[in-house]
Design a protein around this ligand. Structure first.
Ligand code: ZN
Length: 122
């Protein structure tokens, strides 16, 4: 498995780019060492830092994050392939949001808010 770089608690994307070495404390995600996860009712857990999806298990009183490395590491936000996937996701989602804001319904809703919200003076 690749190693990681953390400077002052900030995640530094470096997989495969530099001769990186992980310096921070070990976390729950074995890939990026994050301890922040988005947990869904169906049991799916998504690492908030690298975007890897898997499940959280409690093994001998400790949380363990298990995921399909072959499937998810190419999607991780700090890998080169993952950066392109993440960038494409952002581009597609922003394009969809712009299209929605250009509809007559969205424009009418925006005008309703503008008419309702009035500036105040101190
Ligand atoms: Zn992670």
């Amino acid at each position: 498995m690749d190693k990681y770089v953390i400077h002052g608690g900030t995640f530094v994307p470096a997989h495969g780019i530099f001769n990186e070495d992980y310096k921070g404390p070990e976390g729950v995600c074995p890939y990026c060492h994050s301890m922040n996860f988005y947990l869904e009712p169906d049991g799916k857990a998504t690492c908030c830092l690298c975007g890897t999806e898997g499940v959280i298990k409690n093994v001998d009183g400790k949380y363990v994050f298990e995921f399909d490395a072959e499937k998810w590491i190419p999607h991780a936000h700090d890998s080169i392939s993952g950066k392109f996937i993440h960038g494409d996701d952002i581009m597609r989602n922003e394009a969809e949001a712009r299209e929605l804001m250009a509809t007559d319904e969205a424009k009418a809703r925006k005008q309703k808010y503008r008419d309702f919200i009035q500036p105040t003076t101190p």
